[in-house]
Design a protein around this ligand. Structure first.
Ligand code: HEM
Length: 452
């Protein structure tokens, strides 16, 4: 049985996803027709609307999963359902206010957190509520716990730290020195990505354990080795975001070496590739497994790209081009969104297996449409990035560069529209199942009616 508050978190996450991509599509069209909607919703407003909502989707879907899974892991109810409700209320109010500010063009923050800085206060507040609820619920399980509890705990703590760090610019000592200011800002944002990755990957591990029924992997030293590797990257690899800032050389060298430890993760994926492939073929009919397999393929592609652009000589050309955008969207859609959709379908299957299997063809179509168009979308961004990087090297006239970029932008915008369609197709059954009061009873009732 799923709690009302958890269902509301799930629904809110799905609304954020669809609304967020909708604004992304508008932004994509503005790439091709820059004057379209310029007076009502210029790109400067659309971009933060899109980015804030899709990042909120990641956090909210991961949060919903944690609230759903925790009582099932501990065998006890959540420490405080009231606290979870308050978390939800504060989250809804803050998100609406942020969206309102963006629509009205009221900014004041820094990149990715462009809303007026006072809105960070309710965000910190609901995060602390979430942390108290989480740690009080797992308090007796704190030792000998599976990897996903470690990952969720790390993600929760590091989000609070990095979020606070992203507001250090409000202190004059940081703000008044441009090098210090940019370094701290980019460091905070880079590490914040690591914090939500921990929450999402933890969710992936939980779902994998439950699908396979094998809890050895989530407790094995091998998995913990990769957890600590990920944690080291979370804490130190942000340096590749700051190569172009004239900060201390040793910081760049250390973070470059740490970034390259990701080669171990890549090696691990390649080493187990054939094993993963045969397992995927066998289990592809299981909907959450299908999404997890897609995330696996996207991890491989994005890791290759990340390792290439972490090389300082290459980073000099790719920084600020669409290759960085490809890296960001490839990871947040291909990896994070795929894992979170796996988690949502896992919850849906727990609540109503009949409903999910009755909608299998529809979900399968959405899955393929999303992934194939996403690959084209990603290639289009890399293509645009290469054109820009080459032109940066040759000091080409802006006008000439834009005309060379135009076909790539058209390709990006149209494939983005198909990504949107694919995700909507995948999300519709989830909306249906999470909109009924008692998913199991309602879905079975509907299915019986359909069969009759
Ligand atoms: C789940 C789906 C999506 C996620 C998680 C996502 C995530 C992101 C992120 C994190 C960024 C910031 C990139 C950066 O700063 O480098 C971004 C930018 C952007 N996204 Fe998406 N995105 C999604 C879907 C889409 C779709 C379907 C489109 C349609 C064309 C789109 C269009 C854009 C545009 C135009 C930008 C701004 C790029 C720029 O600053 O030049 N996104 N997205």
């Amino acid at each position: 049985m799923i709690h009302k508050t958890v269902i509301r978190f799930l629904r809110l996450a799905l609304i954020m996803l669809v609304a967020g991509i909708f604004f992304g599509v508008i932004g994509g069209i503005q790439y091709v027709f820059p004057v379209w909607l310029k007076n009502i919703l210029p790109f400067t407003n659309i971009r933060p609307l899109h980015v804030t909502l899709v990042i909120s989707w990641i956090f909210t879907a991961a949060t919903a999963g944690i609230y759903y899974y925790l009582p099932r892991i501990t065998g006890e109810p959540l420490f405080s359902m009231k606290m979870a409700r308050l978390h939800l209320v504060l989250l809804v109010i803050t998100t609406c206010m942020i969206i309102g500010c963006y629509f009205m063009g009221r900014f004041g923050g820094r990149e990715y957190l462009e809303f007026p800085p006072w809105l960070a206060v309710p965000m910190i507040l609901y995060w602390i509520l979430f942390m108290i609820n989480y740690f009080r619920t797992i308090r007796r399980k704190f030792f000998r716990v599976p990897i996903y509890l470690w990952m969720w705990s790390t993600g929760l703590i590091f989000f609070l730290l990095t979020f606070a760090e992203a507001y250090l610019w409000m202190i004059p000592w940081f703000r008044d020195n441009i090098v210090r200011d940019i370094t701290v800002q980019w460091k905070a944002m880079g590490a914040m990505v690591g914090s939500w990755n921990m929450m999402v990957y933890g969710t992936g591990f939980y779902v994998m354990e439950k699908i396979s029924g094998d809890d050895k992997v989530t407790r094995s030293p091998f998995t913990f080795f990769f957890y600590f590797l990920g944690l080291t990257n979370l804490m130190f690899n942000w340096g590749h975001h700051t190569y172009i800032v004239p900060a201390s050389g040793w910081i760049k060298s250390v973070s470059y070496i740490i970034s390259m430890t990701e080669l171990l993760i890549l090696g691990n994926i390649i080493y187990f590739w054939s094993h993963t492939l045969s397992k995927a073929r066998k289990n592809f009919h299981i909907v959450p497994y299908r999404f997890l397999s897609a995330a696996d393929a996207w991890i491989f592609l994005n890791l290759c790209l990340a390792i290439i652009i972490s090389v300082p000589e290459i980073n000099y050309f790719t920084h600020g081009t669409h290759i960085t955008v490809a890296h960001a969207m490839g990871a947040t859609i291909g990896i994070n969104t795929m894992i979170l959709l796996a988690s949502m379908y896992f919850i849906a299957e727990q609540e109503s297996p009949v409903f999910v299997s009755a909608n299998f063809r529809w979900i399968r179509a959405g899955f393929w449409i999303t992934n194939i168009s996403l690959l084209l979308f990603w290639i289009a961004l890399i293509g645009a990035g290469i054109v820009k990087a080459l032109d940066k090297n040759h000091d080409t006239l802006f006008q000439q560069m834009m005309s060379r970029l135009a076909p790539w932008f058209g390709f990006f915008s149209s494939s983005g529209l198909v990504v949107f369609a694919g995700i909507v197709i995948v999300v519709v059954p989830l909306f249906k199942i999470f909109s009924t009061r008692s998913p199991v009873a309602e879905a079975s009732k509907k299915l019986t009616k359909d069969l009759l």
